[in-house]
Design a protein. Structure first.
Length: 129
């Protein structure tokens, strides 16, 4: 009985020593701005709906990469809470994780003159936002 209890305690101590939980973003915190096509604003802030934490080996933390993947520009209208992309979290010994990101505010469709101006700008300058 004592040997099993000692081995269990040793295993738990190893887990706490070798692994840690890292908070990457808080829910509602702006992560980045994503371009908007034909909206009243050119950019929309994106966020995660809930706190985003990952648990990984402490030795894997220095190699962790977090990247935002979206189909930018996102077509207006956009409502707060609409999914506009995803965060891809990777590290050498970590299996990886994908988390959806959502619009942090509404972006209505541009008016008639705004859309005409955007179309003319696209025709003259090409795909540069």
């Amino acid at each position: 009985m004592q040997a099993r209890a000692d081995e269990s305690a040793r295993l738990i101590e190893w887990g706490f020593r070798e692994f840690a939980s890292y908070t990457l973003y808080r829910g509602g915190e702006t992560i980045e701005q994503v371009p908007v096509w034909l909206g009243e604003q050119d950019m929309v802030p994106v966020t995660v709906p809930q706190n985003l934490s990952v648990t990984m080996a402490r030795s894997d933390r220095p190699g962790m990469k977090v990247s935002l993947v979206s189909n930018a520009p996102v077509a207006a209208p956009i409502r707060k809470g609409d999914t506009v992309g995803k965060l891809v979290i990777s590290a050498p010994g970590f299996p990886g994780k994908e988390v959806p990101v959502v619009a942090a505010q509404d972006v209505p469709k541009a008016g008639m003159f705004g859309r005409a101006f955007a179309a003319a700008k696209y025709l003259v300058f090409g795909n540069s936002l």
